[in-house]
Ligand binder design. Structure first.
Ligand code: VGL
Ligand code: ZN
Length: 203
């Protein structure tokens, strides 16, 4: 059984959002076209409390892009984004949310970030996504979303580690690219860990 996982297709990651991903809105039609082809569609949602520890605004003197320790692991600091219940945390208005079967929220613990849809960044707490997929006898996941170099990458790496067959839809992903090429390097790393990289017309 195969499932589609949509990673963080939220307003704050769109070009008009608080943590803008260039061309991020270009993936919405890709997601909409693929959803009807899957019997299980799961969307992850970055879902931070105000004042989350990944926000630069919580660290006096720090700026977005700085790296600190948070929850015992390295943490890139970000602008405030995807605050629970705020418009920036909502899915893009053109995303066909009626086709989403389950939403997995992550990043709610102020003391640790959660890029992956499966685990917090220290791998201590699970979001419930693995249990959900196992219940549904899913053995293969197809993943797309935002951003290639953070939450897509982490979700893909955890899925591989958990033993799922993993396909990444490259035209359904866009990168933050703090350093030019981060997105391409992330895709190369996913491939070398065993992910299959395809374009949506190959699904
Ligand atoms: C993400 C940075 C911070 C992502 C989430 O969805 O890739 N990136 N929070
Ligand atoms: Zn976040």
């Amino acid at each position: 059984m195969r499932a589609l996982i949509l990673v963080d297709i939220q307003n704050d990651f769109m070009p008009f959002g608080a943590l803008p991903v260039a061309d991020g809105d270009a993936i919405v039609p890709v997601a909409n076209a693929l959803m009807p082809r899957f019997s299980l569609v799961v969307a992850t949602q970055d879902w931070h409390p105000a004042g989350h520890g990944s926000f630069a605004s919580r660290h006096p003197g720090a700026s977005p892009g700085d790296v600190v320790q948070l929850g015992g692991v390295e943490q890139v600091l970000w602008p405030d984004h995807c605050v629970q219940g705020a418009p920036g945390a909502s899915f893009h208005s053109a995303l066909d949310v009626a086709r989403i079967d389950r939403v997995i929220r992550k990043g709610a613990d102020p003391g640790i970030d959660s890029y992956s849809g499966f685990f917090d960044n220290d791998h201590r707490s699970a979001t419930g996504l693995d249990a959900l997929l196992s219940q549904q006898a899913v053995d293969e996941v197809v993943i797309l979303g935002l951003a290639t170099d953070y939450c897509v990458r982490a979700t893909v790496m955890d899925a591989i580690g958990l033993g799922f067959g993993v396909t990444v839809v490259t035209d359904g992903c866009r990168a933050v690219d703090i350093a030019p090429g981060d997105g391409d390097r992330a895709l190369a790393a996913m491939r070398s860990e065993g992910a299959r990289l395809v374009t949506s017309d190959e699904i």
